[in-house]
Design a protein around this ligand. Structure first.
Ligand SMILES: [Zn+2]
Length: 467
């Protein structure tokens, strides 16, 4: 009897523990699973038919003859020059294109969704709730500029991404890197000298607590920090392999991570099926990163011919930004940052020439930081590629080509499906442009007027034709 009671208590305890474990299991459901769960509850997918549009397909081909494009749910189901019959039910929307251009949503391959509206001090020391709400408002503006996807190369954007994916706030798809991983004194180390020395294993600095930048000074520390970003949903990993303009204590000429540290990051990322991209300007920093297995170089503005050849031969991606002159002038004359900007800026044009000369796989991005005004010129920065490329080449870079870079995330791609193209079976991120952007690239610089319909994931976020 006594034995039986004890057994009863034990089994009830066991049942409780099991329940707790199960509950923890359920509540720790990942954001991605949660969104999928909601997706399966959706009713009949809505249907949108674009009639009489000329298609820029995202690959640089000439515009199609007048065509019809059927979107069902979040997919482009059918493209045809012949009429496409649809049930004209309540769930079907017909958009009369009137011969306008239908093109893929734009992709910015170098964006920092959390670092547009705040100034540097607010971004790190400001209230987290405020910073997230400001980033949400900016994300909506980003989508309304026609940017349906961004590759976020540093910043605590996981919560913002989740809120966008759940439909809480309109915004682009985000391929997040999470925190920038940097060495002590490297680009991304925004601490004050008064915060030195760091105690290994001691309390984290503010920028680390909020997940903006993480310090790592050994291969082991790099592995921890990389895996933490992956655990939070990073689709790729960003390290700074050399000095940067905006950081107070990182000389431009400095190479930061050792080859062993870079290799540790690459191994950890590749074990998760994804890749490492690095911020690097100089030949030394770029070459070391490539030897370590890095798949993408951000900026590269101080590279030489030999480095350009190496990038081309290894099939490494070069993520370039035609940084506007205003950005350089924004750094106060006489400041360390201005001196560094003056060193880097002349390299921008030279690097574009090298990228073309050696046919390097080139992605396009803006790298807007700490300026809402500059962010409003996101499309204008794309249009400024006309210095080196035809309009169709520039548009293909910001759509189909950028999407190829995004696909390097493999199974860590948060949005499986084809992006950046108008093709049957691709995800329905589409812009209807009032005019022909392959004839006049400046149309993308004026999204309020030019983009008459903006669709992301099959949902219409803007349609000024139906008014
Ligand atoms: Zn950047």
């Amino acid at each position: 009897m006594k034995q039986g009671m004890r057994l009863g208590v034990a089994s009830r305890l066991l049942a409780m523990i099991t329940l707790v474990i199960l509950t923890i299991g359920i509540t720790s459901i990942s954001p991605a699973q949660d969104v999928q769960a909601k997706g399966t509850q959706a009713q009949t997918p809505s249907t949108v038919l674009f009639q009489n549009v000329r298609i820029f397909d995202g690959t640089g081909n000439a515009l199609s003859p007048p065509s019809n494009v059927l979107v069902r749910g979040n997919n482009i189901e059918k493209i045809s020059t012949a009429p496409i019959p649809v049930d004209r039910g309540a769930n079907t929307q017909i958009i009369e294109g009137g011969g306008r251009t239908l093109m893929p949503g734009l992709i910015d391959a170098h964006w920092h969704a959390m670092l547009i509206r705040p100034n540097p001090a607010q971004a790190i020391a400001g209230d987290i709730g405020y910073n997230n709400i400001a980033a949400g408002a900016e994300a909506t503006d980003t989508l309304m500029r026609g940017f349906t996807t961004v590759r976020d190369v540093g910043g605590p954007a996981f919560g913002l991404k989740q809120a966008i994916d759940e439909g809480i706030v309109p915004g682009p798809r985000i391929f997040p890197s999470g925190a920038v991983i940097t060495v002590t004194s490297g680009h991304g180390d925004f601490r004050q000298l008064s915060e030195l020395p760091r105690v290994i294993g001691g309390p984290l600095s503010r920028m680390e607590q909020i997940g903006s930048s993480m310090l790592a000074d050994s291969p082991d520390e790099v592995r921890v920090r990389v895996r933490e970003q992956l655990m939070q949903g990073a689709s790729q990993i960003k390290l700074t392999a050399g000095g940067g303009v905006s950081s107070p204590f990182s000389p431009i000429d400095a190479s930061t991570f050792t080859e062993a540290e870079l290799r540790a990051a690459v191994e950890a990322a590749e074990n998760w099926g994804t890749y490492v991209t690095v911020h690097a300007f100089t030949p030394a920093a770029i070459q070391r990163a490539i030897v370590a297995g890095v798949k993408c170089i951000e900026h590269g503005f101080l590279m030489d011919e030999a480095t350009a050849k190496l990038i081309a031969n290894k099939g490494v991606w070069l993520s370039l930004q035609p940084l506007p002159e205003e950005l350089r002038q924004g750094f106060p004359v006489g400041s360390v940052q201005r001196a560094k900007a003056d060193e880097v800026w002349p390299g921008i044009a030279r690097t574009y020439e090298l990228a073309k000369k050696y046919k390097i796989k080139t992605a396009w991005g803006t790298d807007v930081l700490f300026s809402q005004a500059l962010a409003q010129r996101q499309g204008a920065i794309l249009a400024s590629l006309a210095r080196w490329y035809s309009p169709a080449e520039a548009l293909a870079m910001a759509t189909g080509t950028n999407a190829e870079l995004l696909a390097l995330s493999g199974k860590r791609n948060p949005y499986p499906g084809k992006l950046g193209v108008v093709q049957e079976g691709a995800l329905a991120d589409l812009l209807l442009v009032d005019g022909d952007p392959t004839a006049n690239i400046n149309l993308v610089a004026d999204p309020i007027k030019s983009f008459v319909v903006i669709m992301k994931d099959g949902k219409v976020y803007k349609n000024i034709l139906s008014r």
